[in-house]
Design a binder for this molecule. Structure first.
Ligand code: BES
Ligand code: ZN
Ligand code: ZN
Length: 550
């Protein structure tokens, strides 16, 4: 989707579809809406007066203006109440408009800058850059359709190929351009993640994910390392190899490295669960909804897509993206309940349920992350059904060992509207995954805080490194379309973590604490790449510097 900018009067801009907005409770339209009211002989005011159109969030009204307005059609989108206005209303309005454009068959959308300036409804809290970014994201993501498997006509409607943002304030041009650039890079990366996850499960096995990651890395200039069974065995990744045993599709460990130009910059590792299909294994899942388990690699897809966004937007922090990927099937060589696996960390895992496989592959992924000596680790995983029970589809679960890192991600959650909600990690919860025969077991107490049990398991593999675990089980895909997410994979996590990393400031923690006394370790993690000064990493648990809003 090409994004262009036009300085001028929205009413005088020729368009197949011009998108304007209206706040709920407006009685007298202003800005571009006033011109449209005039050009429809007061139709808009009449709709408002009779209550047929109220301006509720994502409510739409399609008008056909006559003289005075150059657009063939005008779509008025509701922004909701002015006193409840947030940036996401802009993203949603753009997404709603994009869906309308697709059903109208319009491929070039012209939009005012919602929320900013006279035509946009004017809100001083929102900058032109933020609004432009949100409009580009909303249009690209709301206009997204996955049509790979539609034969013949391919798709029910044509994709949106161009978006023009029109605004009469020439002073805002640079800001709008910058916002649009960021919005394009991010939403294209989200689309990349959605396209990976939405594929038929058998069409995205671990090797496919790895090949796509390698291809993308070549295109955008990232370092890419892929390990297959031989390298995994050499690294003693018995956890990832164990889960993979039930499938003919070999596992992969995918590593994508973004390096910034600043000497001594911090390193953040992002680890994503890449289970390309989760049947449950020998602890087979019931058939209802098992089809949805093709999305169990969504954390991995978001992690790969995040690496792409980093390469395009170049934040001032090194980002290493790691995806342990396997297929969880009950084949003849499958791992079984009662088995004990030895992870690369040397931690032995008692398997009591082969359906709790995500944490097992992440054990090796997180341990591998430690070899990069990261200043922070974030993992994203469709880890537990319990998280869907707890939070539904409007927030991802967040669990952490570091409040400062968690605060950053919570702030990003608000800014991107990929919201997160924290669950506690009191040390007593860790008792649930203590094993009698091994170092740890892969399930907690049935029916009790399953999401936290999953996080407690993962914590064993990060030592004292500041870490956030995001359980995206309820947010990674949607079965009900949303303003900028049709049914299917949402690509959640890409915009969220990109926001955190684009606003990264050194996270202060004590590296001396990084070795967890409890965790048996076969060998010291290797040091990679450049040497680093730890001089400024004194104290613990406090974030410094820039925060939030971009
Ligand atoms: N991939 C699932 C979690 C999941 C379930 C995500 C439903 C989204 C929707 C995960 O591998 C799993 O099966 N977890 C088990 C863990 C249990 C056996 C401790 C679960 O949640 O039932
Ligand atoms: Zn499972
Ligand atoms: Zn799973």
């Amino acid at each position: 989707m090409k994004v262009t900018l036009k300085v001028g009067d929205a009413a005088k801009t020729p368009a197949d579809l011009l998108v304007v907005n209206l706040f709920e409770g407006t009685t007298k339209p202003g800005g571009a809406a006033a011109a449209i009211d005039k050009a429809t002989r007061g139709q808009l005011s009449a709709y408002l007066k009779d209550g047929d159109f109220k301006g509720k969030p994502n409510e739409t009204l399609l008008l056909r203006p006559t003289r005075g307005v150059k657009a063939r059609r005008v779509l008025v989108v509701g922004l909701g109440k002015k006193n409840r206005f947030i940036l996401d209303r802009v993203r949603q309005a753009a997404g709603t408009a994009a869906q309308a454009a697709r059903s109208l068959g319009v491929t070039h959308v012209v939009s005012v800058l919602h929320g900013v300036g006279e035509d946009g409804g004017g809100d001083e809290d929102i900058s032109a850059a933020e609004a432009a970014q949100a409009i580009v994201e909303g249009t690209r993501l709301g206009g997204y359709a996955f049509s790979l498997y539609k034969s013949g006509k391919k798709s029910d409607s044509k994709p949106i190929t161009q978006l023009t943002i029109v605004d009469n304030d020439a002073a805002k041009v640079r800001e709008i351009r910058e916002g649009a650039r960021v919005g394009s890079a991010l939403s294209d990366s989200v689309v990349f993640a959605r396209d990976l996850a939405n594929r038929s499960g058998s069409d995205h096995p671990p090797k496919y994910l790895a090949d796509e990651a390698r291809k993308m890395a070549r295109e955008v200039g990232l370092r890419c390392t892929i390990w297959g069974p031989r390298e995994l065995a050499r690294a003693k990744m018995g956890a990832l190899l164990g889960v993979a045993r039930g499938s003919r599709n070999e596992p992969r460990l995918i590593v994508l490295e973004y390096r910034c130009n600043t000497k001594g910059a911090q390193t953040v590792c992002v680890v994503g669960k890449g289970i390309t299909f989760d049947s449950g294994g020998i602890s087979l899942k019931p058939p209802g909804k098992m089809d949805e388990m093709k999305f169990d690699m969504s954390g991995g897809a978001a992690t790969i897509a995040l690496a792409r966004a980093m390469a395009l937007l170049k934040p001032d922090v090194n980002v290493v993206c790691i995806v342990p990927s396997a297929e969880n099937l009950p084949g003849g060589n499958a791992y079984k309940p009662g088995d004990i696996l030895t992870s690369a960390a040397g931690v032995t895992i008692e398997v009591l349920n082969t359906d709790a496989e995500g944490r097992i592959v992440l054990a090796d992924g997180l341990h591998h992350a430690l070899s990069f000596k990261p200043d922070a680790i974030v993992d994203m995983a469709t880890l537990t059904g319990a998280c869907v029970v707890a939070l539904g589809s409007h927030a991802s679960g967040l669990m952490t060992n570091n409040a400062a890192l968690a605060d950053r991600i919570k702030a990003s959650g608000e800014a991107t509207y990929e919201r997160v909600w924290e669950l506690p990690m009191f040390e007593e919860y860790a008792d649930a995954v203590k094993s009698e025969v091994a170092d740890i077991k892969n399930i907690g107490n049935a029916g009790e805080a399953g999401t936290i049990a999953g996080a407690s398991f993962l914590q064993k593999f990060v030592g004292k490194t500041p870490w956030v675990h995001l359980d995206i089980a309820g947010t990674a895909w949607t079965m009900k379309k949303k303003p900028y997410a049709p049914r299917g994979a949402t690509g959640v996590g890409v915009r969220l973590l990109a926001h955190t990393l684009l606003n990264w400031a050194p996270l202060v923690h004590d590296k001396a604490d990084d070795d967890d006394d409890d965790a048996p370790r076969r060998r010291k993690p290797r040091t990679r790449g450049k040497g680093r000064s730890n001089g400024r990493l004194a104290g613990r648990g406090h974030a410094t510097g820039r925060r939030g809003g971009r």
